[in-house]
Design a protein around this ligand. Structure first.
Ligand SMILES: NC(=O)c1ccc[n+]([C@@H]2O[C@H](COP(=O)([O-])OP(=O)(O)OC[C@H]3O[C@@H](n4cnc5c(N)ncnc54)[C@H](O)[C@@H]3O)[C@@H](O)[C@H]2O)c1
Length: 418
């Protein structure tokens, strides 16, 4: 375990059995791993990954290792690490720098430790690794074949670097693959956010007024699952088309100030800063619960909440009670960090199967092609995206039709009409 910084190596065995359990639901990644074992397409390539250290990530790590990669890992969030998984990865010979609950200083020290591995490929979830390379370690960019980015917020940060002409090497936006965000962001975040809030609070959802801020891929999933449990769902949006979609999907849509007065539970998934702010806290009911499932802990203005409160106490793990000057109590879950990973286990393995199949195949693509790609944010190649979808269906035992030759030619023609 040389070179690791983890909580407790003795947790390794517990981690190993949970990783094995997750693998049962990851058939596409298993197939890729088998091929990688035979072909060794990543032989000798140093890779640093800044990812949530979960059972699913461990399965990705073993797949990359089977392909011959020399991998080092650090956490992509201070609260999302599963310490038993970190121990199991370290036992398997993968340098890991991740401890659940690490402070911000340690978090960045761990990122730097993963970069000391001198990667030729980076894997990111939120772009903290890439941002650190650009801010502090730009010399590493010259040897880079490329990198991948897992989430919406990370892709937004990379596009901003690209727009300013500052991107130092090519990056693949795994988030933008259809087999990623259609399923991971929607059904994964949908289910696991509800799971995280339930585990943290043990609340009954039926009859609650749940305010979902942001009706993007994640927001759609959360609204759908909250409604399925009997909650009355209110959606808050800034995009008129998404707001209209929410109306036609049958939700109440209103301004954030209006919703602030009504909600029992507020869930932010905007990728934006201060979606819930001082004004909103001023209007909320006594007992309102606040949770975030967006990537960074900036969506709820916690400094403002702290400043408005005369008392704060921890009632149970992941539940902090803030008492405001007028005596109202607001409950912040998981310190405003993504609640599905802070208080639960993150996405179910079955959706991460597709996200991480895209990751593994994108890494293989970068090893083959990265040196020739322009320094831009690239899409996952369409063939990879479709192949992941095809393999997932196959693993579920579902067959679909193929276009006939006649249909193919009809769909490419313009001559036939009425
Ligand atoms: N918790 C997880 O496991 C997980 C998984 C995937 C993505 N994410 C993160 O969740 C966030 C959302 O991702 P997404 O894929 O749904 O993004 P998205 O772009 O599809 O949706 C975000 C939505 O929020 C809306 N919005 C922006 N600012 C707003 C504001 N101030 N008030 C109300 N609405 C606002 C946008 O108009 C957009 O419709 C990102 O930070 C992403 O990285 C988290």
């Amino acid at each position: 375990m040389k070179g690791c910084d983890i909580k407790d190596p003795s947790l390794a065995e517990a981690g190993e059995t949970r990783i094995e359990w997750a693998s049962r639901e990851m058939p596409v990644l298993r197939l890729i791993r088998k091929r990688f074992e035979r072909e060794r397409p990543l032989k000798g390539v140093p890779i640093s990954g800044c990812l949530h250290i979960t059972t699913e990530t461990a399965n990705l790590a073993f797949t990359l290792k089977a392909g011959g990669a020399e991998l080092a890992l650090c956490a992509s969030n201070p609260l999302s690490t599963q310490d038993d998984v970190a121990a199991a990865l370290a036992k398997a010979g993968i340098p890991v720098y991740a401890i659940k609950g690490e402070d911000e200083k340690t978090y960045y020290e761990h990122i730097r430790a993963a970069l000391d591995h001198r990667p030729q490929i980076t894997l990111d979830d939120g772009a903290d690794l890439v941002a650190t390379i650009h801010k502090e370690r730009s010399e590493l960019a010259f040897q880079m074949m490329g990198g991948t980015e897992e989430t919406t917020t990370g892709v937004i940060r990379l596009r901003s670097l690209e727009k300013q002409g500052k991107l130092l090497y090519p990056l693949i936006a795994v988030n933008d693959a259809e087999t990623k965000h259609f399923f991971d962001n929607r059904y994964g975040t949908g289910q696991s956010t509800i799971d995280g809030i339930t585990r943290a609070t043990n609340i009954l959802w039926a009859g609650k007024r749940v305010v979902v801020l942001g009706y993007g891929w994640c927001g759609r999933g959360i609204a759908l699952r909250a409604r399925g449990l009997g909650a009355q769902v209110i959606v808050v949006e800034v995009d008129p088309i998404k707001a209209l979609e929410a109306v036609m999907d049958g939700y109440q849509v209103m301004s954030s100030r209006e919703a602030a007065r009504l909600g029992d539970i507020f869930i932010t998934v905007t990728g934006d800063i201060n979606a819930l702010d001082k004004d909103h806290f001023g209007l909320m009911k006594d007992g309102a619960i606040l949770a975030n499932s967006g990537h960074f802990n900036v969506e709820i203005n916690i400094p403002a909440l702290e400043a408005m409160s005369k008392k704060k106490r921890r009632l149970r793990p992941f539940v902090d009670e803030y008492t405001l000057e007028d005596g109202r109590r607001l409950y912040l879950l998981g310190e405003g960090r993504l609640i599905n990973l802070a208080a639960a286990e993150g996405h179910p393995s079955a959706v991460m199967d597709m996200s991480f199949a895209n990751q593994a195949l994108s890494v293989e693509y970068l090893v083959k092609n990265g040196k020739h790609l322009p320094h831009k944010v690239h899409s996952v190649p369409r063939e990879i995206d479709r192949e992941v979808g095809r393999l997932k269906l196959l693993s579920m035992g579902i067959q679909i039709d193929a276009l006939t030759v006649e249909q193919q030619s009809y769909l490419q023609s313009w001559e036939l009409g009425t």
